[in-house]
Design a protein around this ligand. Structure first.
Ligand code: NAD
Length: 494
């Protein structure tokens, strides 16, 4: 799908508990929800208070025990999840515009990537359902020792707004495949597409109560969810600041295991031996302007070996200037809106302070012209930036690229490291030895060579070092993190 009429969509609204959408009920608070593309308020979302969160978690807990989901033969669970994935794929004409209307994801991308990727991610974890079972240990002959794996119970998934369906699925799919129930809290800015996902799960045969959704902000709803005594694990994606509060809440309320996928400030390192400058330029552009830079692993710090700087900048600037701001429902859009006016104002401030401090602006630097009322930031490139300046150190979460140059490999590695973050890095070089030295040297949880970004190979886990996170999404590691391991010893002479 290339375009649609945003006013013609039917938007599901409410929480999802015990297999159905429930509204806020009497006395509920509501939050207005706006379309990022034009700032039109299109819904009032109910906010789950602690009683409603309790209802959702109790439903999940009961259902995980009573519906048999956790005790299903794993291949049967996998069959239900494969059916779920098929329904997601078949539902693209509903899911893609629903995702696009309230988020920053253009419908073309939601159709071609977000929805099929979501389905395929569910399939990947379905396939893992019967691949784990613990092991028999090498004990003394009079004993039989083994480990058993078991579902944790109820997993809370708390997710941000930048890829609402995909990031929720990174939590939902491994948790369900491992036999858990989930309670998902989407971002208060993009609350609705995951409701459709929950409906499809039930249609596929996931028992009512195994997949619940509570709507609300972090302060009331998110906090009540994390602190609920029947939550066995929290899987969070969002900012480092929220992740730290959630980790503290998990420690205070039951030593709950927690997975944190947090912010980043990732470098793209370009050496002058790269064979194809146009290809490198395209990767750099995608890495920082895709979703208008509102991507955790945005390649926001470009590090170029000095002789190449002019040639690379000369290629980037026209592409940056050629991106067309527009609504997520319009076929001509190649630059997404910023999620909110407040976030765009924050980006304006960072840009202005950088220029006042002496940064050289090569393009952008303020708002982009757009044919519609949302907040759009013009893709911006800045050089002459100090290494310890705000724009180089802080996550901007917008289409803003800083450029620094280096002399040699040693300096490149030094510039690539970030004191606090370690989410991702890109290395572009024709020299394999150098690429591998940087792969080993860069302190980041994801390093990509001669490409930038993840692939659809779900087997490769993703996660950050340092303040970029704890634990992994995707891969076997995400599946294992949704299981508990029980150690069993049997005395054969007892
Ligand atoms: P955010 O931290 O403000 O919110 C994320 C989610 O957490 C929302 O659903 C919010 O309501 C909830 N929340 C906030 N505070 C909470 C609390 N104390 N307790 C419980 N829930 C709480 O982040 P955001 O602005 O929605 O998303 C942008 C951030 O997410 C960026 O920093 C980005 O780098 C990060 N991110 C990381 C990854 C990754 O894989 N590492 C992926 C996408 C986004």
């Amino acid at each position: 799908m290339e375009s649609f009429d945003p006013d013609a969509l039917v938007i599901p609204n409410g929480h999802f508990i015990d297999g159905e959408i429930v509204n806020g009920g009497p006395g509920s608070d509501y939050l207005p929800v706006s379309r990022p593309s034009d700032h039109v308020r299109y819904a009032q979302m109910p906010v789950a208070n602690s009683e409603l969160v309790d209802r959702a978690v109790q439903s999940a807990w009961r259902s995980q025990r009573q519906s048999g989901w956790g005790k299903l033969p794993p291949r049967d669970r996998a069959r239900v999840l494969r059916r779920f994935a098929d329904l997601v794929e078949q539902d693209v004409a509903t899911l893609a515009p629903l995702e696009a209307v309230g988020s920053t994801r253009p419908v073309r991308d939601a159709t071609a990537w977000d929805v099929p990727y979501t389905a395929e991610c569910i399939r990947f974890f379905a396939e893992l359902a019967d691949k784990y079972g613990g092991e028999v240990a090498a004990t003394s002959p009079s004993l039989l020792g083994m480990t058993l794996t078991e579902p944790i119970g109820v997993v809370a998934g708390i997710v941000p707004w930048n890829f609402p369906l995909v990031l929720a699925t990174w939590k939902i799919a491994p948790a369900l495949a491992a036999g858990n129930a989930v309670v998902i809290k989407p971002s208060e800015m993009t609350p609705f597409s995951v409701l459709r996902l929950a409906q499809l799960a039930v249609q596929a045969g996931v028992p009512a109560g195994i997949f619940n959704v509570v709507q609300g902000d972090g302060r009331i709803t998110g906090d009540a969810l994390v602190r609920h005594p029947r939550i066995g694990k929290v899987s969070f994606t969002g900012s480092t600041r929220s992740g730290a509060s959630i980790m503290a809440a998990c420690a205070e309320t039951g030593i709950k295991p927690v997975t944190l996928e947090l912010g980043g400030k990732s470098p793209q390192v370009v050496f002058s031996d790269v064979p194809d400058l146009d290809a490198v330029a395209r990767r750099i552009v995608m890495g920082i302007t895709g979703n208008a830079g509102q991507v955790c692993n945005a390649g926001s710090r470009l590090l170029i070996q000095r002789p190449l700087a002019e040639a690379i900048l000369g290629r980037l600037i026209p592409i940056f200037n050629g991106l067309r701001a527009g609504a997520t429902w319009s076929a001509s859009t190649t630059l997404s809106p910023i999620i909110s006016e407040a976030q765009a104002t924050r980006i304006d401030g960072i840009l202005q302070r950088a220029v006042s401090a002496g940064a050289q602006l090569h393009c952008g630097g303020g708002r982009a012209d757009a044919p519609i009322g949302g907040a759009f930031v013009a893709p911006s490139i800045l050089s002459s930036v100090a290494r310890d300046s705000e724009i180089v150190r802080e996550e901007v979460f917008g289409p803003v690229l800083t450029v620094e140059t280096f002399e040699d490999e040693e300096e490149a590695l030094e510039l690539a490291q970030h004191e606090d973050y370690g989410l991702a890095a890109g290395v572009h070089t024709a020299d394999l030895g150098r690429a591998l030295r940087l792969v080993r040297g860069i302190e980041a949880g994801n390093v990509w060579v001669n490409r930038y970004g993840r692939s659809s190979d779900f087997i490769i886990p993703t996660g950050g070092y340092k303040r970029s996170g704890l634990g992994k999404d995707l891969g076997r590691q995400a599946f294992e993190a949704n299981l508990r391991s029980k150690s069993v010893l049997i005395d054969l002479n007892g």
